[in-house]
Ligand binder design. Structure first.
Ligand code: ZN
Length: 423
């Protein structure tokens, strides 16, 4: 089926104001962890209105806990972790099947006084749409939905099975993506429209999340104590020890085939801390939650062993009890997306014709859902999307002209990969 590309660009342009309105509505849901259900309910309604079969469910931990890529669940109630898979199917396929996936969980907004606007009221300014999740990655979700809408407006549906998946847990475990695979959803390729600035992810880092529960030896502040006896001062020492471990890993990363050209690709983030009870007492406890990245080729076991060793050595040095170490979220492998897949060749050709330049690969110093489909289930997976700034910050924004191009590129990808059937 030959698609008139001018007509497609026109259909996407004609629907773009509606797409931005739809995206603003999507951003208006505060879909931080544990609060995704209302957003998913709305999406399920949008998908069934389009005639797609909707499977809406909460993650069943027992169904995924034994699978590769599972991450432990702490501080979360999965009865509220709602996932949506919408399916368009055809009786006689004329092309290959496809998973279009986007995550709708967003990261917490942080200190309110740093926001010039309501994080969940998207605002357009100079061609960019600002708001929590506008870029990461509700914009990408709008692109995959409105790509299919534009094809529909021209009188076509995909010529093979397409699963449109909106998942949660991408920002902390990846268990949402894993649950779709545990439920049996498969395809000949997957496409995740993360805001990659029109590059394709060639390699990504994994990450490991952990918690140190540091116990001090409490008493009246009148007595002087060793650093190890002071749970909060000890926390600062553990942070320094883990920074030193990170520097050591980064020194070795200079030879890495995919991350060697990036300065200090491995990031250590002590992201959350709480502890102590009373200013007249030496603090008896402190909990420190941390994240460290994992290079492709490095095992999670080895990383956990290095963290454990660094913590133990530090405890000895500061004369403290060894903290209890818990693995509390992401246990995500780093991964390389092998070049040369048929799906990538199709995307590269479409990108070249729409953007007027060659498709460039990126080594991403973060973690995405992509590994589940590609690494654990052998589904060639493309991670590609629009230009964004300020992700995870109050300045988060997506460039609207780039989002429109991304929508066009996804529509062309669907038409080439799945084929088209005239309605
Ligand atoms: Zn994302």
């Amino acid at each position: 089926m030959d698609l008139d590309r001018q007509a497609l660009a026109g259909a996407i342009a004609a629907g773009f104001a509606e797409q931005v309105t739809w995206l603003r509505r999507l951003v208006s849901f505060d879909s931080t962890r544990g609060r995704e259900a209302a957003c998913q309910d709305w999406l399920a309604g949008e998908f069934s209105a389009r005639g797609w079969a909707v499977d809406k469910y909460a993650i069943d931990i027992d169904a995924i806990a034994h699978l590769p890529g599972f991450s432990p669940v702490v501080d979360a109630d999965y009865a509220k972790a709602v996932q949506v898979v919408a399916t368009h199917d055809v009786a006689r396929p004329v092309g290959k099947s496809l998973i279009l996936q986007g995550h709708i969980d967003v990261v917490p907004t942080g200190a309110p006084e740093l926001w010039a606007r309501n994080p969940f009221e998207a605002e357009e300014q100079d061609g960019w749409l600002y708001g929590r999740g506008a870029a990461d990655m509700k914009g990408g979700v709008s692109a995959m939905v409105f790509a299919l809408d534009a094809l529909h407006r021209l009188g076509y549906v995909p010529g093979a099975r397409v699963h449109v998946q909106t998942v949660s847990e991408e920002e902390c475990t990846g268990n949402g993506a894993l649950s779709t695979l545990a439920r049996g959803y498969r395809a000949d390729a997957a496409f995740i429209a993360e805001p990659m600035g029109h590059t394709i992810v060639r390699a990504e880092l994994g990450s490991v999340w952990f918690r140190l529960r540091i116990l001090g030896r409490p008493g009246h502040v009148l007595a002087s104590v060793a650093t190890g006896a002071h749970a909060i001062l000890a926390a600062a020492e553990y942070i320094n020890a883990l920074k030193a471990l990170t520097a050591e890993i980064n020194a070795g990363a200079a030879q890495h085939p995919y991350f060697g050209a990036i300065k200090d690709p491995v990031k250590f983030n002590p992201g959350k801390i709480r502890g102590g009870d009373w200013l007249g007492s030496v603090p008896s406890w402190c909990e420190l939650d941390c994240r460290i990245s994992v290079l492709p080729g490095h095992s999670l076991e080895a990383m956990r062993a290095r963290v454990t060793y660094a913590v133990r050595r530090c405890a000895e040095r500061i004369e403290g009890d060894v903290p209890v170490l818990t693995w509390i979220g992401f246990q995500a492998d780093g991964h390389v997306f092998a070049p040369g897949s048929a799906a990538e060749a199709v995307l590269a050709e479409i990108h070249q014709s729409v953007m007027g330049e060659a498709l460039e690969p990126t080594s991403m110093t973060a973690t995405s859902d992509t590994r589940f489909y590609d690494l654990y289930y052998g589904i060639p997976t493309l991670c590609y999307g629009a230009r964004a700034v300020g992700m995870h910050s109050p300045g988060e924004a997506i460039e609207l002209s780039s989002l429109q191009k991304t929508t066009e590129i996804i529509a062309l990808f669907v038409s080439r990969w799945c084929g088209l059937i005239k309605i």
